[in-house]
Write a protein that binds this ligand. Structure first.
Ligand SMILES: Nc1nc2c(c(=O)[nH]1)N[C@H]1C(S)=C(S)[C@@H](COP(=O)(O)OP(=O)(O)OC[C@H]3O[C@@H](n4cnc5c(=O)[nH]c(N)nc54)[C@H](O)[C@@H]3O)O[C@H]1N2
Ligand SMILES: Nc1nc2c(c(=O)[nH]1)N[C@H]1C(S)=C(S)[C@@H](COP(=O)(O)OP(=O)(O)OC[C@H]3O[C@@H](n4cnc5c(=O)[nH]c(N)nc54)[C@H](O)[C@@H]3O)O[C@H]1N2
Ligand code: SF4
Ligand SMILES: [Mo]
Length: 763
């Protein structure tokens, strides 16, 4: 189903080609090109004074947290520039001088905006005041905040059942905003709190909670830098966590070995030239990974099984650890014996020798850490894959002691904190009891919708109101046209946003844009300037405080928007001190301290430079699982079966984007310029299909007897295993079927889409 594009704004980015220029993939990452790119990004958006002021505070103690990824900052002394190229791009896009104001919306209808690229929409600038789309209107019109909250309260209170409302969160929201939001939603009467994590690290959370009793990583930044072996699996740090390369360079210089497991030889994993060091500026790069395993898409379960076979064979099981701390050993040993190398080789796409080599390094390393991201979490069997990785660490005792453990590298800068604040559709009873007690009400117990269930519910007409706290639900979600139809079924869709995106164009009958302050901006409330808090990938909670002049005087902070929304909607029904919360965020933190474990003396400790670590029992080998032990699990192989002619496609990020925010049209490290509609293919796969380099093709996906098509992509020959293809998200999201989700975690399978390619007739 496609949009009738003349009457409705297009849900998909335009199917148009740019002017592709192609070169070899780069041999090493960062270095001087990155520094030049950072500065030119800032200068293309704002003046030098505003740019310099922002960068001087970025990631500094007492400054503001980088709004891009969740990579941590050093605990100790910090350099003058604790940021990377992509951090600078994220700041540039926030502090831009361009504005989406009333003139902008007078000039552009929604249908017209739908024809613009995602790059163009983001580049239009910061949203300056609230905007309302009336039923049947072609343009947004400005409204004041009072009217905006009236519309929201009216539509929410018209719900026959609170479960008709859906409250999405993207991982940039601060702890304070997230805590208030979940409180408001639960006082309103639902647990419908889907978040971006459902599409991201949900599989990691599910696998880790079950096996080790906490859904988070277990290591610190310093441990990564000083361990003997780091496995980097299914992650492209050079683009998505660039400062991780600084740490990996230190690991290597300290004598550690890096193994990369990735279908692609991502530039960032080959070698790294430090942008802030003279050697880096001159182009002298440190080689990073000493072993690269070019695994087939979805081949990691087989790889980990092979490595586990080697552990048993080498007698490398840590028997004392297994006896004292784990359950399930015998079943795992039996399963490992029954698994055949031939199957592991076929399913991983690696040779037995390659798997043995990785296992030998891992086993012989005194300590080892595994880092991973979306390459492991977005498959139909992701939870099993990650549980198998946990098995490998448990069997060898490489967990819960210094310099050994697990590191799911989180995406959005506060996605982990939002979960800690219980932005979750499946809250625990113990948390709800503490929430009830703090605020004198009874929160709903029935679990709510996750992201995919929320889309299904709206599609089925069971969603009346959709509210997004940040993010771009339409473009981030799978099955773009299905999701668009779901959102269009709502009475009201509303987004709390800094920048314009496609999600503002594909709306319910009415729609609201509620513009908020960004991280870099001063947040002045009745009690004075306010700071917020965030949690990084290593469980460090620290403050973030912006100092720049806000993009417009009409902006409200996220906490203020939520407080006023709650007050307007709930009125007398809520006893929570919304006004006090808005006036002084210390009051929010006092409540957090009483409701969420690990936040004792929150206000005091937040003011300590660098913040504090949240408790993590696994570090002391305390496993808070149902059995009280770490659980070894049996995860049967479950290969994806392809028909002749089919390939597996992963949908991933270019170097010039942050999720659905497109900063530019290039993917420098992969040698792509001026084009996003590309599909990376193994040269033999192209040859077999008679497809020439840069030839336009259509991509068709297959799921459950249905097909979906993404039109007009240029074929790029690339070093990727035969059978494994890649295209950018969000352009390829039309291909991800709504029902194609991971078992247990429900995460869309964005990294293993079954596809075929068709040449475009005569073009
Ligand atoms: N600049 C920038 N930074 C970002 C983001 C951004 O968009 N731009 N997004 C943020 C967010 S929300 C997240 S979640 C993270 C995402 O960080 P990543 O997970 O690094 O992001 P992806 O681009 O999806 O890359 C997935 C990587 O896994 C590999 N891969 C894919 N499938 C498989 C597989 O089956 N097995 C293995 N072993 N590897 C596989 C791909 O080749 C690719 O290198 O980055 C965060 N940081
Ligand atoms: N096919 C495919 N789909 C994917 C993925 C994939 O790899 N492949 N990855 C998935 C992953 S890992 C994730 S995390 C999701 C991301 O999904 P989302 O988090 O929903 O998407 P983003 O693109 O990060 O959201 C960008 C928007 O956030 C708003 N914004 C930016 N800063 C702020 C702020 O400070 N406050 C507020 N209120 N709003 C702000 C801006 O309006 C901007 O347009 O996408 C998922 N979708
Ligand atoms: S590594 Fe991530 S958090 Fe650090 S500066 Fe770069 S983008 Fe920002
Ligand atoms: Mo993510």
């Amino acid at each position: 189903m496609k949009d009738p594009s003349d009457t409705l704004p297009d849900a998909e980015p335009p199917r148009e080609l740019g002017d592709l220029k192609r070169s070899e993939a780069k041999a090493y990452a960062v270095g001087s090109a990155a520094v030049i790119s950072s500065l030119s990004q800032i200068h293309s958006h704002t003046n030098a004074a505003r740019g310099t002021k922002a960068l001087a505070k970025l990631n500094q103690k007492g400054g503001f947290d980088c709004p891009s990824c969740a990579w941590p900052d050093p605990d100790g002394k910090r350099a003058m520039t604790e940021f990377c190229e992509n951090g600078a791009k994220a700041v540039a896009t926030e502090i831009t001088d361009r504005r989406v104001d009333r003139k902008f919306f007078e000039e552009h209808s929604l249908v017209e905006l739908g024809k613009k690229s995602d790059f163009w929409l983001n580049d239009a600038g910061r949203i300056t005041e609230p905007f309302l789309l009336e039923e049947g209107a072609t343009h947004y019109r400005p409204v004041n905040w009072e009217e905006a909250f009236e519309v929201l309260a009216e539509e929410l209170n018209a719900c026959a059942d609170p479960d008709e409302a859906i409250f999405y969160t993207s991982g940039r929201a601060s702890n304070e905003a997230a805590f208030l939001y979940q409180l408001f939603v639960r006082q309103f009467g639902t647990n419908n709190l889907p978040d971006c994590s459902n599409m991201c690290h949900e599989s990691s959370g599910a696998a880790l909670s079950e096996t080790i009793g906490i859904g988070k990583g277990t290591v610190t930044l310093e441990e990564i830098e000083t361990t003997d072996c780091v496995l980097v699996v299914g992650q492209n740090p050079g683009t998505n966590h660039p400062r991780m390369l600084t740490s990996l360079e230190i690991t290597v210089k300290n004598g550690g070995t890096i193994i990369s497991v990735n279908p692609l030889r991502e530039t960032g994993l080959r070698a790294f030239a430090h942008p802030q060091k003279i050697s880096g500026m001159l182009g002298r790069a440190t080689p990073l990974s000493s072993l690269h395993l070019p695994i087939q898409l979805n081949g990691d379960l087989a790889l980990f099984k092979g490595m586990i076979k080697c552990v048993f064979e080498a007698g490398a099981v840590d028997e004392a650890f297994i006896r004292e701390y784990t359950t399930g050993f015998e079943a795992l040993r039996e399963e490992s014996e029954s698994v055949q190398w031939a199957d592991l080789v076929v399913q991983s796409g690696l040779s037995e020798k390659q798997i043995r080599e990785a296992a030998e390094i891992f086993i012989n390393a005194k300590e080892a850490i595994t880092c991973w991201a979306m390459g492991l979490t977005q498959h139909h069997n992701s939870v099993e894959i990650i549980r198998e990785l946990v098995n490998l660490h448990l069997l060898t005792g490489k967990i819960g002691r210094p310099k050994s453990g697990l590191c799911p590298v989180r995406g959005h800068s506060n996605v982990q904190g939002d979960r800690t604040m219980e932005i979750w559709e499946k809250p625990s009873e113990s948390f709800l009891q503490r929430l009830d007690k703090e605020f004198g009400f009874t929160a709903p117990r029935e679990h709510g919708y996750d992201t995919v269930d929320a889309i299904r519910a709206m599609h089925a007409g069971k969603g009346r109101v959709f509210i997004g706290l940040g993010g771009n639900f339409l473009s981030a979600a799978p099955d773009t046209h299905y999701t668009a139809a779901a959102l269009r079924n709502c009475q009201l869709t509303a987004h709390i946003s800094t920048k314009l995106n496609r999600g503002h164009l594909v709306t319910g009958k009415r729609a609201l844009i509620l513009p908020c302050l960004g991280r870099s901006e001063r947040d002045e409330q009745a009690a004075g300037p306010q700071m917020v808090s965030v949690e990084n990938s290593m469980g460090v909670v620290h403050s973030s405080q912006g100092t720049l002049e806000p993009a417009s005087p009409s902006l409200l902070s996220e906490p203020a928007i939520i407080c006023r929304l709650a007050d307007a909607t709930l009125g007398e029904r809520s006893e929570a001190p919304w006004k006090e919360f808005e006036n002084n965020y210390d009051r929010i933190r006092e409540s957090i301290e009483r409701v969420i474990p690990g936040f004792d003396n929150f206000n005091e400790r937040l003011r300590e430079p660098g913040g504090f670590y949240l408790p993590n029992g696994v570090k002391e080998r305390v496993f808070a699982t149902a059995t009280g032990k770490a659980n070894l699990t049996v995860n049967p192989l479950s290969a994806i079966k392809l028909e002749p002619g089919q390939l597996l496609l992963q949908t991933f990020r270019s170097h010039d984007q942050f999720n659905t925010t497109i900063y530019g049209m290039d993917d420098r490290y992969r040698g792509i310029k001026n084009e996003r509609r590309v599909v990376f293919l193994n040269p033999d796969d192209m040859k077999e299909r008679g497809i020439e380099a840069e030839e336009p093709v259509d991509i068709t996906s297959y799921f459950g007897g249905e097909t979906r098509t993404a039109e007009l992509f240029l074929a790029i020959p690339y070093e990727t295993p035969k059978g494994s293809a890649a295209a950018y998200y969000p352009e390829a999201n039309v291909l991800v079927a709504i029902d194609s989700t991971a078992k247990i975690s429900g995460t869309p399978t964005s990294k293993s889409v079954i596809i075929s390619l068709a040449k475009r007739n005569g073009k």
